[in-house]
Ligand binder design. Structure first.
Ligand SMILES: C[S@@+](CC[C@H](N)C(=O)[O-])C[C@H]1O[C@@H](n2cnc3c(N)ncnc32)[C@H](O)[C@@H]1O
Length: 323
């Protein structure tokens, strides 16, 4: 990795962070869960998002007259879970949902939502939510599900491809696998992929380069595997290789939106993402320092003055399991 600044000098300027603090995983998923739904990366127009999810489910359910059974891995606070359950309940009186996540705090936030608690009370046998690790055997029956959803989860797994191979038997032949990624430049460069390459400068290139330089200077490394996983083009290549033998690509649905965010807000949100992806984030004092440094830097930049306009793109990719 090449640094674009004088690292020792930069460290001295920013101030020395004591080693033990750097190594403590204080900024954990427990904290992330409290803020998750308020992140600016979730500020899309909800009706457009829900319409897209419904359209996608209609596509997956086309030609199927009986009840549906849907599995979702990494349900989090229920961004997809809620419209999926709504869809199933509107469809008929039998379709059911099973979702897992291995973060108790995320599940706690989900359970506090009335959309979930009401359905759970009225139809407990149609919704099952488990605190389980997707990367461990889930003990689910084979060829049982009509659709399987993994939304924003792939980059969090230690062995994403291994996880897919393990989940594959539970999907019925002809069933649909839906994977959701944020594929805009802003998200893609979050991991630092290409940030040292000025030729690949996008609208956000300068921002990310500076951010990763500071992260490096503060010795907060991002797991190199995570860097690859966040690079959605790399992920698509991996997936194509893995899935093509058993699955047929069907289509992609997109949700695009724009939002404005201040630098500190962006840094906070970025660290949320990295916390999920690496299981480790930056402790709050360091986070504040990163935000402060970036703000100082950004006000001197023409293109990045105060609030930044972010163009988001979420892609929902549908594959069909061969019969
Ligand atoms: C970025 S969030 C996405 C949540 C939700 N699907 C959404 O789209 O908002 C990733 C979720 O995957 C969960 N997760 C990460 N690794 C997991 C694992 N090994 N097993 C189960 N869930 C996992 C996290 O706890 C978190 O809730």
């Amino acid at each position: 990795m090449s640094y674009l600044l004088d690292l020792p000098k930069e460290k001295e300027r920013i101030g020395k962070i004591p080693e033990p603090v750097r190594e403590t995983h204080i900024y954990q998923r427990e904290i992330v869960a409290q803020h998750y739904d308020r992140s600016f990366i979730r500020d899309f127009p909800l009706p457009v998002f829900e319409e897209t999810v419904f359209r996608l489910l209609d596509y997956c359910a086309a030609g199927q007259t009986g009840a549906l059974k849907i599995f979702e891995g990494g349900i989090g606070t229920g961004l997809f879970t809620i419209p999926v359950i709504d869809y199933l309940f509107r469809r008929d009186a039998e379709s059911c949902f099973i979702g897992v996540d291995n973060s108790a705090p995320m599940l706690q936030v989900l359970h506090q939502k009335s959309e979930i608690s009401t359905h759970l009370k009225s139809n407990p046998d149609r919704i099952s939510i488990f605190n389980k690790d997707l990367e461990q055997p889930l003990d689910l029956p084979c060829a049982d599900f009509d659709a399987m959803i993994l939304a924003g989860v792939f980059h969090c797994l230690n062995d994403p491809l291994g996880c897919l191979v393990q989940l594959d038997p539970v999907l019925k032949p002809g069933g649909h696998l839906v994977m959701v990624f944020k594929t805009d430049d802003f998200t893609r460069m979050q991991s630092g992929v290409g940030y040292t390459n000025s030729n690949s400068d996008s609208r956000y290139g300068k921002f990310w380069r500076r951010y990763h330089e500071l992260r490096d200077a503060l010795n907060v490394k991002i797991d190199p595997k995570c860097r690859l996983i966040y690079d959605v083009y790399h992920v698509h290549t991996l997936l194509r290789e893995l899935l093509e033998a058993r699955y047929e690509f069907q289509k992609t649905e997109q949700v695009n939106w724009k939002s404005h965010a201040s630098i500190p807000k962006m840094i906070f949100s970025i660290e949320h993402g990295l916390t999920f992806a690496t299981g480790q984030g930056v402790e709050p004092a360091l986070l504040q320092q990163l935000g402060g440094e970036m703000t100082k830097w950004a006000v001197t930049q023409e293109a990045l003055n105060k609030d930044v306009l972010i163009e988001h793109k979420m892609e929902m990719v549908v594959w069909r399991k061969k019969t």
